[in-house]
Design a protein around this ligand. Sequence first.
Ligand code: NAD
Length: 443
Amino acid sequence: MKITVFGIGYVGLVQGTCLAEAGHEVVCVDVDASRVENLKKGIIPIYEPGLEPMVKANHESGRLSFTTDAAAAVAHGDIQFIAVGTPPDEDGSADLKYVLAVARTIAENMNRHTIVVNKSTVPVGTADKVTAAISDVLAKRSDAKLTFDVVSNPEFLKEGAAVNDCMRPDRIVIGTESADSIEAMRELYEPFNRNHEKIIQMDVRSAELTKYAANCMLATKISFMNEIANLAERLGADIEAVRHGIGSDPRIGYQFIYPGVGYGGSCFPKDVQALIRTADGIDFDAKVLKAVEARNYEQKTTLFSKINAHYNGDLKGKTFAVWGLSFKPNTDDMREAPSRVLMEALWAAGAKVQAYDPEAMEETQRIYGNEEGLTLCGTKEAALKGADALAIVTEWQPFRVPDFDAIKQQLADPVIFDGRNLFEPKRMQKKGIQYYSVGRNPV
Ligand code: NAD
């Protein structure tokens, strides 16, 4: 099938590439000319395991192309995906200006029946707004006879596992009541729907809400667990024992109940906020979601509070090795990352940071390149040299079995502040390392 994808970010690039890999002819379009030029040269704008070779192979085969020419891109596709950003507005609600701009571009250039698919995460009612935007333009073009359908098809990929999630989705939610559109979407996703039926068809508004409900449920699990971790610390219990104890109940399960330093990234914070604003807009007080957000906000400061308490509030002139800068492992994405809250608090207290991340060094340089208190280190070992203590913020695999003797040797004060509970407190005690973690008493 001929597909057009608007927006070559995490979602658009991965989705477009996976559709091309399955055999569709995909044109990806973006307003960012340098991103498009780089992609044509094989330079991939994001780090995502397995993505680079797939982009290159499909680009070379001619099934995947990149352009800034929106008119030509619209002319190509029978199905037009909107996969542009929906960042928070000033009040936290989802800003739809990019989505609606694309809707108008599609309307200006479409020349046959078109299926417009909203893949961006958008509030309930957005399909109606996209429909109105397209109808307005068509009326001005005096092309009201051109027909179209707006479908909601939210994306559930996880950064760090995006290619696998797209190639082998758990579910494919399609919001439409049009028989023709569902048939076209079924044909599109046929290669991804072979093992068992993954398509869940529903009305458009329910599909829009499903995406927010999914992210808010996951954020709720994290904030709930962090709340219990805070209680465990204060009550002398061990949150890891509690985690195993509750995860063994199949109604609860082990997934997404890790205590830590709060959720970040481009989705959970903004989607929780956006659903709260949607609720506010209809005079409904979303009490659970507000609590989820408040707990997360506080949790991001927990590592700094432990560091500050350990040094009795005197951090001036101290240097901290920080391992892990991306908001989670296997990505270079630092949007809303807990590492940023920690580093900014350390700098504000007069401390310095020696930072290392397996993938997010360029992104850190881009964001904090001018920060005097920051030294970017090429290895995790280099970050330890001359530091007073170590803080671990992201649970990258290479941090799980470090050389503890080297850590002890390099640090002025053999203390680890671990925001991800990577180590056994008793083992740390035996090794002579002072160890702070989350939801467990320090040793
Ligand atoms: P992103 O910021 O990485 O990419 C968006 C891209 O859209 C940018 O390259 C931008 O230049 C481009 N763009 C903006 N206006 C455009 C226009 N008029 N025409 C063409 N391109 C345009 O965003 P993302 O992370 O891919 O997220 C996109 C949407 O998908 C958001 O709504 C997000 O909430 C949702 N989503 C994201 C993830 C994720 O893990 N990142 C997962 C599921 C859903």
